[in-house]
Design a protein around this ligand. Structure first.
Ligand code: 5GP
Length: 202
């Protein structure tokens, strides 16, 4: 799928955009937080990841993810399509290098929702990337949220929980850690962090 990024008008800043990376274990509320950030900063662009995972109910191709085949993904690893990629729960996930470069060159700040492996690859390319880790309030809360997502099978939930514990152990690699105790407070905190970096370039 090809995504076009409109150029900014001459009256807007052409300063290169900034990268914001949000990571969190599945079930920590990251999707909701990404949506809240994008609603607050309408000129921020979301990097829609590519994945070989099957779409979940309610997910739309090109919006939530670009759903592609394993062959297409592997070809991308050979042609330099990915700024970073990782395998999670038996599926490939990757970020389009072209999207990042085009969006940031056009002056847009870009939001990435990727895991810790992806974050570590991205910061080797983009040292200035702002990295934020969202923690669930507790492991119990995380388990409850994952179980309430009826779309995943029990084995998948168990694997995601195990993976979540491993991800949380990496939280200190991020510049900012925010505990998602209360959604409205977390949204406020997240917006404040992002705003502080966006103000820097002016
Ligand atoms: P889910 O399958 O629940 O949508 O996502 C599983 C995990 O994959 C989440 O932690 C999410 O942040 C991560 N993820 C999504 N897209 C990418 C990507 O492009 N690269 C990497 N490295 N991780 C991703």
């Amino acid at each position: 799928m090809t995504m076009t990024i409109p150029m900014k008008t001459v009256t807007e800043s052409r300063t290169r955009g900034k990268l914001f990376i949000l990571s969190a274990p599945s079930g920590a509320g990251k999707t909701t937080l990404c949506k809240a950030l994008l609603a607050h900063f309408p000129d921020m662009r979301f990097s829609v990841s590519y994945t070989t995972r099957q779409p979940r109910a309610g997910e739309t191709d090109g919006i939530d993810y670009c759903f592609i085949t394993k062959d297409e993904f592997v070809k991308g690893t050979q042609t330099g399509k990915w700024a970073e990629w990782a395998t999670l729960h038996g599926n490939f996930y990757g970020t389009s290098a072209e999207f990042l470069d085009t969006a940031m060159s056009a002056g847009y700040d870009v939001l990435l929702d990727i895991d810790v492996h992806g974050m570590l690859q991205i910061i080797t390319l983009y040292h200035e990337a702002v990295t934020i880790f969202i923690m669930p309030p507790s492991s119990e809360a995380l388990k409850a949220r994952l179980e309430s997502r009826a779309t995943d099978k029990k084995e998948v939930i168990a694997a995601r929980l195990l993976h979540a514990e491993k991800e949380m152990a990496e939280k200190d690699r991020y510049r900012h850690i925010i505990v998602n105790d209360s959604l409205p407070d977390t949204v406020k905190e997240l917006i404040a962090v992002v705003e502080s970096y966006r103000l820097e370039k002016k």
